[in-house]
Write a protein that binds this ligand. Sequence first.
Ligand code: M6R
Length: 366
Amino acid sequence: DKGNHRHFMEKEIYEQPEVISHALAHYVDLGDHTVETSICGAIDFASLRSLAISACGTAYLSGLIGKYWFERYARLPVEIDVASEFRYREIPLAKDQAALFISQSGETADTLASLRYCQEAGLKIGAVVNVKESTIARESDAVFPILAGPEIGVASTKAFTCQLTVLASLAIAAGKLRGTISSDEEKQLVRSLSEMPRLMSGVLNAIEPKIEALSRELSKYKDVLYLGRGTSYPLALEGALKLKEISYIHAEGYAAGELKHGPIALIDENMPVIVIAPFDRFFEKTVSNMQEVAARGGKIIFITDGKGAAASKLPTMETITLPNVAEIIAPMVYSLPIQLLAYHTAVFMGTDVDQPRNLAKSVTVE
Ligand code: M6R
């Protein structure tokens, strides 16, 4: 049932504040802003030398953001790859590592094969899944449900932000177990997570009209580039994936710092550049990349916050201003304009948004 929405994808975008609340209630203590280390189950983060993460598509990109968090908050090195490569790379593994597999469906063939590879090497296996009865969940030592509810749209939206919510909670718990975050930091991080549902509802209500108008414009272009740094880099990849998947417009995501190593050659007035840049410790660097785009006649769509909008004086095609948020929740909050932009652009293009051509919701063959 789509309720009063035109597509499942739209419904699922709007469900995010609610399903994230459910996930948070399961993983963190919303009253005293702490995380129970028992949420880690059979994964003994305290004694791990490193963590391997593998997944496909959007689930891989949530894992990539998870890598930034595990490394930063738990000082735990993370090896991550798409499952179709991971399973064949003959990665040397040892028992003081654990492996985490992320999958909405829990049935993705390559992800399952990577899991079995790690199992054979004797690693403890954790699964971040939406479908709790799935094969990947059944074959794991620890199951971390994302509690997003059924996701029908082929383009993953709420599963992505719920995966991020779970990964953030696990990274904080791992940091606590490894003694790499103080209890003050723990409280601050969990308080930020707890603010997400309210902030996300506010953003959804505020940005839709502007995004719709912008999408009409974007639907006229053939190529789009997304740029970001830090956790906004995987988000740039996710933005490009979402747009190409449902609107069939060619899109690429790049780490902003890679611009001058190749993609800058593509910049002209025919390729809009979507810059994802909260006012964080990377902001100045990203703005200097934006300058390089502007100097070559590139059209910029700037997704930032109040401070960022005030700090940059560059002309843009459009600026989407979000609230100033803590660094740990920026990937979830900034997912919203990214998802809505892809959604409305696809609606303007007249594509089959929930069932885009050539794609399946669950990829059970290699
Ligand atoms: O069910 P899974 O999470 O394992 O699926 C992985 C990918 O096939 C999936 O995320 C795909 O990339 C989506 N269509 C992206 O929107």
